[in-house]
Design a protein around this ligand. Structure first.
Ligand SMILES: [Zn+2]
Ligand SMILES: [Zn+2]
Length: 147
């Protein structure tokens, strides 16, 4: 019994210490944010819109809207990239930061804007049918033609 109590207290402490808190920004720090709580595994999106806004495929994680706190939005601008999607970017350094769908309770964040270590991994490749021809996918992760 004594041993069990000790173990469960240790687990509680570890859980508390590791309670996820992540920070991030664009390159010029005109946009700075933090996320309290869980981030989803990373989606590598190979659609042509992500290519046009990022210069390559976009690695996106997501969190609940309520868990994202934008600490500086000095240079944050939103671009409506389709009828139901807006993309947040920095209008000074050009950093591609956010992707959100109208009415969704989650927001996507480009994983490269998070400060390291992120503790995240790419889970799958999406919109692979739209990907450009200058790179190959060789990591063995699942690939979807769309999403
Ligand atoms: Zn910036
Ligand atoms: Zn995309």
């Amino acid at each position: 019994m004594r041993y069990r109590t000790a173990v469960s207290e240790t687990i509680k402490k570890v859980t508390f210490v590791m309670s996820p808190h992540t920070t991030g920004s664009c390159l010029c720090k005109g946009v700075v944010f933090e996320v309290d709580g869980k981030l989803s595994p990373v989606l590598a999106c190979h659609c042509s819109q992500c290519a046009k806004t990022s210069g390559n495929f976009a690695a996106m994680t997501s969190c609940a809207n309520d868990n994202l706190k934008i600490l500086s939005d000095e240079t944050l601008r939103w671009f409506q990239s389709s009828e139901t999607v807006e993309r947040g970017f920095c209008n000074r350094c050009g950093g591609n930061l956010f992707w959100k769908q109208t009415g969704s309770s989650d927001i996507y964040i480009t994983a490269g804007t998070l400060d390291k270590p992120t503790g995240l991994k790419i889970a799958e490749h999406i919109f692979v049918a739209s990907k450009s021809d200058f790179y190959d996918l060789t990591d063995g992760l699942p690939q979807k033609d769309e999403w």
